[in-house]
Design a protein around this ligand. Structure first.
Ligand code: IFM
Length: 462
């Protein structure tokens, strides 16, 4: 089989996130996060599941690092749990929490792997949510304090820092769609949440720079948005969606301005009451890299608003409707597999935002049905095909001039897939949730071979 050849200096890794893998929810002095609350609310998460135990990575991290070492990755992306470090989201750090990340970082480094640390992958301390959460400006300040604590403790060993993971999900899936914690359906407060997340990011960048951090970036999940038809109405719908999904983040981060079509997108909900003079300067602090997560494209058409009264709409109710992709395979997330759209998205972003920093693909992968055979092996050929096709698309984007420096598979392990619970499996390694045993899948072996030949080309200076 022909494998995509990517530039030898491209770095490879895998990614996880604290709440999805750690478990040990009530151990080590960890406080509750909005996801603990959300999971305990009946009807929110499939089968009433939660991250209480997850993959028990908190206790089994050495085994997981050994899997990473055997895989041969350059980088390991993980997140720090804010409520493990500051159980109430403020005040003195929890020594046991910091000690866990000390051990994890040391184990990763001892394995010859570079850690890439995400400071926020959705687990806001519940105490801060009780005080308004991301809807209030003070949470951005608190995030700065938390960042300083983590940077002071780990900055001597961690070079690569990601402030936020997918703030689109935190702001809009959390506060407008309601399918993520905190699970509300709001209008202007959701837009305020988006702004305060950006402010938190910029504040954290300031703290990281002050602490002498090496490489600092943010991970976004820009969507590749396609109109269902060439009609003017469908194209306008895509432009509104582009603002909701992409421009809200990219414009202030990389052009120093808020999107110029907020009123067309949200009407009076976008009243800007949550913005202050000087915020754009904080938000737009220069970055060393941009993390991009990509899974699938979205096709849209113009549609009536769900709520006719504009004042009562949620920030996700922008008069669009998703349209299914015909004739392509769908993963168990129901997501269409269209690798070309990965290339198209990257080229499109590169053209729209000429000042973008170098890109790391901080997540890409697929959830598959993954039934083990009689010997417990998982022959996940669909996942291998997905990864191979997306790496080929990445190679074409790089050839077209997009500056991409790294690629991470989501995920090392099967894990807690948020509102879908444990049924949706993204791992290169199967986790048996009864025994918590790890079983590398065919895709793990494929990725290991792929990385070995990539490294051989790198060593030959090809
Ligand atoms: O599992 C998530 C991850 O936490 C954030 N990006 C998308 C993944 C798959 O849904």
């Amino acid at each position: 089989m022909h494998e995509p050849k990517l530039p030898p200096n491209l770095l490879f890794g895998t990614a996880t996130a604290a709440y999805q893998v750690e478990g040990a929810a009530d151990e080590g002095g960890r406080g509750p996060s909005i996801w603990d609350t959300y999971c305990r609310t009946p009807g929110r998460v499939a089968r009433g599941e939660s991250g209480d135990v997850a993959c028990d990575h908190y206790h089994r991290y050495r085994e997981d690092v050994a899997l990473l070492a055997d895989l041969g990755v350059d980088l390991y992306r993980f997140s720090v749990s804010w409520p493990r470090v500051q159980p109430d989201g403020k005040g003195r750090p929890n020594a046991e929490g910091l000690a866990f990340y000390d051990r994890l970082v040391d184990a990763v480094l001892e394995a010859g792997i570079e850690p890439a640390l995400t400071l926020y992958h959705w687990d806001l301390p519940q105490t801060l949510e009780d005080e308004g959460g991301w809807r209030v400006r003070d949470t951005a300040r608190r995030f700065g304090e938390y960042t300083r604590i983590v940077a002071e403790r780990l900055g001597d060993r961690v070079n690569r820092w990601i402030t936020l993971n997918e703030p689109f999900c935190s702001a809009f899936v959390g506060h407008a769609v309601g399918r993520h914690a905190p699970g509300t359906r709001e209008g202007t407060p959701a837009l305020a949440a988006a702004h305060h997340l950006l402010l938190a990011h910029g504040t954290a960048v300031g703290e990281l720079r002050a602490a002498g951090a090496g490489e600092v970036g943010i991970t976004l999940n820009p969507d590749h948005l396609l109109p269902a038809t060439g009609s003017e109405a469908d194209r306008a719908a895509v432009e509104r969606a582009r603002t909701l999904h992409n421009r809200t983040w990219f414009d202030p981060l990389f052009t120093g301005a808020y999107p110029d079509n907020e009123k067309e997108t949200w009407g009076e909900l976008a009243d800007g009451s949550y913005r202050r003079e000087g915020d754009l300067e904080v938000i737009g602090r220069p970055l060393d890299f941009l993390g991009v997560n990509f899974y699938r494209p979205i096709m849209l058409r113009d549609a009536p608003h769900t709520q006719p009264d504009p004042a009562l709409r949620t920030a996700a109710d922008i008069g669009t409707e998703q349209v299914a992709f015909d004739g392509v395979r769908h993963t168990t997330m129901g997501w269409p597999v269209v690798p070309e759209s990965f290339e198209e998205l990257l080229v499109d972003l590169d053209r729209r935002y000429p000042g973008l920093p170098p890109i790391l693909i901080t997540e890409n992968g697929s959830a598959e049905a993954d039934e083990p055979d009689g010997d417990g092996r998982v022959h996940d050929g669909d996942r291998v095909a997905y990864l191979r096709a997306h790496l080929a698309a990445l190679g074409r984007a790089i050839e077209a001039g997009v500056d991409v420096r790294g690629y991470f598979v989501w995920s090392l392990l099967d894990n807690f897939e948020w509102a879908y619970g444990y049924e949706r499996r993204f791992g290169l390694v199967r986790v048996d949730y009864d025994s918590l045993e790890r079983h590398p899948k065919d895709s793990y072996h494929w990725y290991r071979d792929y990385l070995a030949s990539h490294r051989a080309r790198r060593n030959q200076g090809e």
